[in-house]
Design a protein around this ligand. Structure first.
Ligand SMILES: [Fe+2]
Length: 306
C-alpha cells in the first residue's frame, strides 16, 4: 500500500508544542474545554496566592471580611440594580455575587495569568493568532444564595451583541480560572455542549433544558468560544466559589475594559511576558486613533518654487 504523505493540519505550532490538541478538539466539538493544571502549567500554590489577593480585595471593596468557607461575614445589599449582572438577573434580593474588576491593575500575578501560554494559544486558535486582544480581567466572587442568573440560568453567548450572521471564528472567547471546586451544588458554570455550532444566541426553553454543569476541580481553566451558550447554577452550599474570568476579543470588537487606552504602560512591562501583554493590550494598534494618523500630501518643492 502506498504510504501517501499526510496533508498538514492547520494548527498553530504553539498548540502542538504545548500538548493542547485534545482541548482544541473539545473546543471544536463542544465549544468549551476544561484544561487541568498539568496542561496549563499554573501550580496550585499560585491559586492560593490569587485567592488571598481576591479575598483581601473583596474585604476592602465591601467593608467586611470574606472567607472561603463562610463567604461574607456580614449580610450585604446592593445600593442599586444598575450593574450588568443585576440587569440580566431575574432575582432581586440579597446579593450572593459580585465582580472584582480590572484585576490586571491590581497585581503582577493577575497579569501573568492573562498571558498564560496555554490560555492564549487556545484563545488564539478560536479568535485568530494575530487578531486576539484583551477584553477584560474580572473575578466572580460568589457565595451561597439564589441571587444570580435566575431560572434561565442566565444562559447567553458572550458575543451576543454582535449582529448575525456569526461565522466560525470566535469574535470573543473566555476563560474561567477555577479558584474553587466547580460542582453543581457549588454553583458551577452551566453550558450547552455544541451550542457554538448553532452560531446564534440561545433559544428558550430548549437551551435551559439542555444545559449541564461544568464540574471541575480547583485549579482548572475552563475555556469557551464566544458563541457557546452558558450561564451559572446558584450556589446551594455554604462557602464561596471564586473564579477569574480573563476575557478576550477579536481586535475589531470593542473591549469591556479600556485596557488599550487607560492601562498603565509600566505595569504592563511588569509581568512574565511584557511583549505578549502589550500585544494583547493593543497598545500598538492603529485603531482607535486619538489624532489624525494618515499622511497628508504636500505641494512638491519644484512646484512651490515655480
Ligand atoms: Fe458570559
Amino acid at each position: 500500500m502506498t504510504d501517501f504523505p499526510r496533508s498538514p493540519t492547520k494548527m498553530l505550532d504553539e498548540l502542538k508544542a504545548l500538548g493542547l490538541e485534545e482541548y482544541v478538539l473539545q473546543l471544536e466539538i463542544d465549544g468549551l474545554a476544561v484544561v487541568p493544571v498539568e496542561a496549563h502549567g499554573v501550580p496550585l500554590e499560585a491559586f492560593d496566592e490569587l485567592e488571598k489577593l481576591l479575598l483581601d480585595r473583596a474585604a476592602t471593596l465591601v467593608g467586611c471580611k470574606f472567607s472561603v468557607d463562610r463567604g461574607p461575614h456580614l449580610p450585604l445589599e446592593f445600593q442599586s440594580e444598575v450593574g450588568t449582572l443585576a440587569s440580566i438577573s431575574e432575582d432581586r434580593g440579597e446579593p450572593s455575587q459580585f465582580l472584582i474588576q480590572q484585576l490586571s491593575s491590581l497585581d503582577r500575578r493577575f497579569r501573568d495569568l492573562a498571558v498564560n501560554p496555554a490560555a492564549v494559544a487556545l484563545i488564539r486558535h478560536m479568535i485568530g493568532p494575530k487578531a486576539t486582544r484583551f477584553s477584560s480581567h474580572n473575578s466572580f466572587i460568589k457565595w451561597q444564595g439564589d441571587y444570580g442568573y435566575g431560572s434561565s440560568l442566565g444562559l447567553h453567548a458572550d458575543q451576543m451583541a454582535m449582529p448575525m450572521p456569526w461565522g466560525r471564528a470566535a469574535l470573543t472567547a473566555n476563560t474561567n480560572w477555577c479558584l474553587s471546586d466547580y460542582t453543581l451544588e457549588g454553583g458551577a458554570l452551566a453550558y450547552v455542549p455544541g451550542s457554538h455550532r448553532s452560531v446564534s444566541p440561545p433559544s428558550f426553553p430548549g437551551a435551559t433544558q439542555k444545559a449541564v454543569p461544568v464540574e471541575a476541580p480547583r485549579g482548572s481553566m475552563i475555556i469557551f468560544h464566544g458563541a457557546t451558550w452558558h450561564g451559572a447554577f446558584p450556589r446551594k452550599i455554604p462557602g464561596m466559589r471564586i473564579s477569574i474570568a480573563n476575557y478576550y476579543r477579536h481586535m475589531m470588537v470593542t473591549s469591556q475594559e479600556d485596557i488599550q487606552g487607560k492601562f498603565d504602560r509600566e505595569l504592563a512591562n511588569d509581568c512574565c511576558n511584557p511583549e505578549l501583554f502589550r500585544e494583547l493590550a493593543g497598545f500598538s494598534d492603529r485603531f482607535p486613533y486619538g489624532e489624525a494618523s494618515e499622511l497628508i500630501p504636500n505641494v512638491k518643492e519644484v512646484a512651490r518654487q515655480a
